[in-house]
Ligand binder design. Sequence first.
Ligand code: CTP
Ligand code: MN
Ligand code: MN
Ligand code: MN
Length: 398
Amino acid sequence: RTADRSATDIPVSQYACQRRTTLNNRNNLFTNALKILAENAEFCENEGRNLAFARASSILKSLPYRVTKMDDLQGIPSLGEHSKKVIKEILEDGNCGEVEKLIQNERYQTLKRFTSIFGVGVKTADKWYREGLRTLHELKASKIKLTKEQEAGLLYYEDLIVPVTMAEADSIRKIVEEAVHRFLPAAVVKLTGGFRRGKESGHDVDLLITHQDEGKEQGLLHQVINWMAVQGMILYDDITDNRDQKWKTKEPELFDHFAKCYLIFKLQKDMVNVVDLNTSGDHDSLAVNEAKEMGLGGQAGTCEHAGCASVKDKDWKAIRVDLVVAPFSQYAYALLGWTGSRLFERDLRRYAKHFKHMSLSSHSLFDNEQKRFLMAATEEEIFAHLGLDYIPPQERNA
Ligand code: CTP
Ligand code: MN
Ligand code: MN
Ligand code: MN
């Protein structure tokens, strides 16, 4: 197949769940720029603009050819005038003025820095910015009241901004599996999120736990966390019990009500396959370098702050882990929901609602016409319910 696009090509769907998006992105030059614009829109709490740039970026990722001229974009949906202008400028000049200006912008830089702290969202970062804070040191020196989560985020900052490798994710999966099996020997611990989509590095480790005999998984999360805490494996944990009903106040489409735990795991480095230690191999390592250049990291050693001292020669690494427990009858939906990517999930739900009059969540699929839930034991069955071709995890990198 030639690198050129021809008019005979099959049309590209505006829905990410009808596209096959591998990690082989031929349009990095454009998607990197669009990602920064999407991020900035998020910092401005402009959801519509954020989604528009995210969609434009996603559609370019799915193209099996590199865009070399504006004609290559004929008939491609989800590209607004603004995104097209950005692409055109990059084709002509090699970069986009708006993006170049933005990465030098103090507010953009500061919000990126603050939101890279675990537990800090756009609203908090923006508040700190408006209070005049710019760096992590200024934040630490200020008397601002931090949540427990943010304190942990700052304490382990240097580790948490380093991408998690596949080898580390696999070690943690095995350690968690061992802990889970102490209480439920037949339980399954599945690696989901970006690693299941084939990524070689990520910002965290997503693990989904279930057991064939529904009901047996009740109480499991507390047992596992308690045991791991006694072993000294837990640096921070935040358990959300499905009984405490916290989820009811949240957006039902975006938040599920599984028992889950957001934690910071203490991984002993000798537990990891030595081959892969300290390597991250792909674009994510660029993000870290960029972060360091921007003064996000690299402050260890010179810092007086207790938690920042001597991070260099310790024999462990702090790693973000999400643990989710799903009842067996909902497992396929939970697996689909936790595999991502976020945009892929968003479009699956949008597709289900618009074309099938169905409501999809990480728990179930409800047919609003038949007024009943559709059962599924596998992801393949869910795609079939939706009348979609099955897309394997490696092709969900939308
Ligand atoms: N997810 C979710 N509910 C949350 C958090 C995440 O359903 N409270 C889902 C997201 O929809 C996503 C998946 O879990 O599809 C993984 O989320 P996340 O870890 O944030 O992203 P990854 O794709 O794994 O990317 P990364 O490598 O950065 O971790
Ligand atoms: Mn993840
Ligand atoms: Mn996650
Ligand atoms: Mn410090």
